[in-house]
Write a protein that binds this ligand. Structure first.
Ligand code: SF4
Length: 512
């Protein structure tokens, strides 16, 4: 019999006080889930942990923590938006006698603050450092900081421990095949965390992970899945036989390679998130995102992606020094012109560790607000040309316009009528089909809103004439409904939100 001591370990993703609409939680609820997916860090760290740990994974967005448990060790992943809750949990578990280790981007760059609430910070990539910290913990000599000095080899990794996650509460699983980014945009942490040299996993190792996963729905969290087109094509050919459905992030230049685009569609890609970031060339230059200045190719690239039957999730940021409130209208008009119904709009934020944070800090322009406000819809910076309340009001007005059913209907009619979205997207149970059909009927037929009813009739006509796959048609309606509901929820909280913003409003920033 082994005499190795057993330890209990909680791995926690703290809940966020504020969730913005791109989290798509309302869509998850329609599927009977709590959120689309949980952070990949938790099951990945669990896979690095030796067998003599009894591990529990808790994402507070999907289930509560047990009230009275006192684990030996607690690992908490942190973002700016969850830091306050993370630190409160750190205080709680330390008071109970547990040791607390923080990881994730916020704690990595705010170590002094994190160590007031925990015993240790693992900064940067966890592989190697996590195992070292556990060994020291067992010896009673846990160090305050384990800083990764080099980037770890990344050819293969153990499959994440999805067996420890309550899969009934989430819709899809996250997967990562590469690390790094050759670019260095001011507002982004990717190249700082993972380096500018790309590292890729062996395709066999990725396929093994997909085969073992408890879901057929995936999201590739790589910041640009197709930056190496040869690797991407090899990956696509390997996953076509697996018959999965997935989304990813990549740049619009994917459209310059028709073979790759077709392979992606065949491999089950239904959505790509494209970081346009700004339509203002001066703002792209200001943030070192020069490589995005592809205005002239946008129309053709968007068209090609749509023709391949793949949706685009267009992501934009407003708040750069060269921006004015007019940027919001420019983004709205652009998404109308190019038939982009899925739009992720954010206010510029400055997470610790980014160049944007350094610059705004140096200029005294970081608002002294709670980091939990950094979720995209609250101003957290002293912007150059816009007061905090002005940018907030215009943001809220714009997302309401973007997701009004009049806008959705117009974009949907223009986008879907070309008959490109005919490839079925995945299997769902009969019970789920019945549930989703009822929601669709209730929301789009039993309504007085003429745009909803018109959109429903339009989609039904496409389905009956086989110009759209049934799941793609219903999926479009439900996805748009999810966004719309979340924004309506924001509107219900407008008085509270505006008070938060007014309390910190300093007017537009002026250079002295
Ligand atoms: S925003 Fe995109 S392109 Fe820029 S550094 Fe981050 S991951 Fe790379």
């Amino acid at each position: 019999m082994s005499d190795t001591k057993k330890y209990t370990l909680f791995l926690i993703s703290p809940r966020q006080r504020f969730l913005n609409y791109p989290a798509h939680t309302e869509l998850a609820k329609m599927f009977g889930k709590r959120r689309l997916m949980i952070p990949l860090a938790l099951p990945t760290i669990a896979a690095l942990t030796p067998d003599h740990y009894d591990i529990r994974i808790y994402d507070e967005e999907i289930e509560p923590l047990p009230g009275n448990a006192r684990p030996d060790l607690v690992g908490i992943t942190t973002l700016a938006a969850t830091a306050k809750r993370a630190f409160a949990l750190g205080d709680k578990y330390r008071a109970l006698g547990s040791k607390v280790i923080f990881g994730g981007p916020y704690a990595s760059f705010m170590q002094v603050e994190a160590l007031k609430h925990g015993d240790c910070v693992i900064a940067g990539e966890a592989e190697g450092k996590w195992e070292q910290a556990l060994a020291d913990f067992e010896q009673g000599c846990l160090k305050p900081v384990y800083q990764s000095e080099t980037y770890v080899p990344y050819h293969s990794q153990k499959p994440p421990r999805w067996d420890l996650v309550n899969m009934h509460r989430i819709f899809q699983v996250a997967i990562q095949v590469s690390r790094g980014c050759p670019f260095n945009c001011d507002f982004c942490l990717v190249s700082k965390n993972f380096g500018r040299k790309m590292r890729y996993r062996d395709i066999d190792n990725v396929v093994e992970e997909i085969r073992a996963a408890p879901s057929k729905y995936f999201f590739f969290v790589d910041d640009n899945l197709t930056i190496n087109k040869n690797y991407a094509k090899e990956l696509m050919r390997a996953i076509i036989p697996l018959k999965i459905s997935w989304g990813c992030m990549c740049s619009l230049d994917v459209a310059t390679d028709g073979e790759l685009l077709n392979l992606m569609a065949e491999a089950g890609c239904f959505n790509i998130l494209v970081g346009f970031e700004s339509l203002n060339p001066a703002s792209l230059d200001e943030s070192q995102k020069h490589h995005n200045r592809g205005g002239s190719i946008y129309a053709e690239a968007i068209q090609k992606i749509h023709t391949a039957g793949i949706h685009i999730n267009a992501s934009f940021v407003v708040g750069f020094d060269h921006d004015t409130l007019d940027e919001f209208d420019r983004i709205f008009d652009f998404t109308m012109k190019h038939n982009l119904p899925n739009v992720n709009l954010h206010l510029l934020n400055a997470p610790p560790g980014t160049e944007t944070h350094r610059k705004f800090n140096e200029e005294g322009r970081l608002l002294s607000c709670d980091p939990e406000l950094g979720v995209g819809h609250f101003p957290t910076l002293h912007y150059m040309n816009m007061s905090q309340i002005a940018i907030f009001d215009k943001y809220m007005e714009t997302i309401a316009r973007l997701y009004s059913f009049e806008t959705i209907r117009k974009k949907g009619e223009a986008l879907l009528s070309n008959g490109a979205f005919t490839r079925p997207g995945g299997d769902i149970s009969t019970l789920m089909k019945a549930r989703l059909s009822w929601i669709t009927f209730r929301e789009f037929v039993l309504t007085r809103d003429p745009d909803r009813r018109k959109l429903f009739r339009f989609i039904m006509n496409l389905i009956s004439t086989k110009r759209i796959a049934i799941d793609k048609g219903l999926g479009f309606l439900l996805s748009m409904l999810g966004y719309h509901r979340h924004i309506r929820e924001h509107q219900r909280h407008m008085a509270e939100y505006r008070k938060i913003v007014m309390d910190q409003d300093k007017g537009a920033w002026k250079r002295e």
